[in-house]
Design a binder for this molecule. Structure first.
Ligand code: NAP
Ligand code: COA
Length: 274
């Protein structure tokens, strides 16, 4: 059976799409023939991503914006729409994270993560609304296991990602009237990414331990997340909305919490020495 996901010539915009998981998603859509816009803060990341995506020979554009800046997000969105037209698929995946116990965390540290993950997601969705194709657009937010599993040293990310899940559900209710579907993906530990390298497993031993916590006994790949994103954005998922879907080898059942907390304990002990 030949499956046509029907992304040729569609406009896909990925916020935070210049590295890691979100870049993998942008790359997958480019390979399907979509017109892809990527947005993040740093010019170097944007230029590198655009160069890599252009390798596929499709139309690609990159824009610099911090998702904490509502006006800048609107500007990037408007420029992308001026280039490639109404948005068929929007992915919101920018995030920030570090380890700290709440009692050692400054108010600004907590705010930085909530601002990026939660307010940033609202900014992106709110600015996209007028540009989303109605009916037919698909919005996909990238959440995390922290949204449902409480983890020490992660008060900011747990609070922010729980908010992302609820924003996904509430806007699925509100925007369903326009024929817009809104879902979220909750990745497990994805090999080679910032989230695993810096936050979970800095040594081979920690990596092996993290892997052993996953029921499928392997870390995820960029393709694992990209494939689910392609499916959710495609007509094959046309009756799925308001869902928060784990893509984690069953990790949410077992939880990588002990590994993450062990790394957090170490990181915080080291941070307090300086
Ligand atoms: P990553 O490589 O650090 O990607 C983050 C992206 O967001 C980068 O493109 C970064 O580019 C951009 N970004 C960060 N802050 C931003 C801001 N304020 N405004 C605009 N763009 C910003 O991270 P990742 O590990 O692949 O994670 C990607 C997503 O997956 C996140 O939502 C994360 O919570 C989720 N997740 C990851 C894992 C994992 O195993 N890696 C597991 C569960 C969930 P600039 O620096 O240029 O802004
Ligand atoms: N421990 C404790 N507090 C920390 C911290 C750490 N490791 N890193 C940053 N903070 C605090 C800062 O001290 C500051 O608070 P203060 O003003 O009270 O001192 C606050 O967080 C903001 O830091 P700043 O460096 O100005 O923020 P930023 O906007 O440049 O960076 C971060 C945002 C901190 C979230 C940064 O980690 C980031 O941009 N990460 C993006 C990539 C990422 O995390 N990817 C993984 C996704 S899962």
């Amino acid at each position: 059976m030949r499956i046509d996901l029907q992304f040729k010539g569609r406009h896909v915009i990925v916020f935070g799409g210049t590295t890691g998981i979100n870049f993998g998603i942008a790359d997958a859509f480019a390979r399907q023939g979509a017109d892809v816009s990527v947005v993040s803060r740093r010019r170097e990341n944007v230029d590198n991503a655009v160069a890599a995506l252009t390798g596929h020979g499709h139309r690609v554009a990159g824009f610099c914006a911090d998702v904490r800046d509502f006006e800048a997000v609107g500007q990037a969105m408007a420029e992308a729409v001026a280039k490639f037209g109404a948005v068929d698929v929007m992915v919101s995946g920018a995030a920030g994270n570090f380890f700290a116990q709440a009692r050692h965390m400054s108010a600004n540290g907590f705010k930085a993560v909530v601002d990026i993950d939660l307010l940033g997601t609202f900014h992106v969705m709110r600015q996209a609304y007028e540009h989303l194709r109605k009916p037919g657009a698909s919005v996909i937010n990238i959440t995390a296991p922290q949204s449902t599993i409480p983890m020490r040293y992660q008060s900011h990310a747990c609070a922010a990602k729980a908010g992302v899940d609820q924003l996904t559900r509430v806007l699925a209710l509100e925007w369903g009237l326009d024929g817009i579907r809104i879902n979220a993906i909750s990745p497990g530990p994805i090999d080679g990414t910032e989230g695993v390298r810096r936050l979970m497993a800095q040594s081979d031993e920690e990596l092996a331990q993290a892997t052993s916590m996953v029921p499928l006994k392997r870390l995820g790949t960029l393709d694992d997340i990209a494939n689910l994103t392609l499916f959710l954005a495609s007509p094959y998922a046309s009756y799925i909305s308001g869902a928060v879907i784990p893509c984690d080898g069953g990790g949410a059942l077992e939880s990588v919490k002990p590994v993450l907390e062990a790394t957090g304990r170490l990181a915080e002990a080291q941070a307090r020495k300086v």
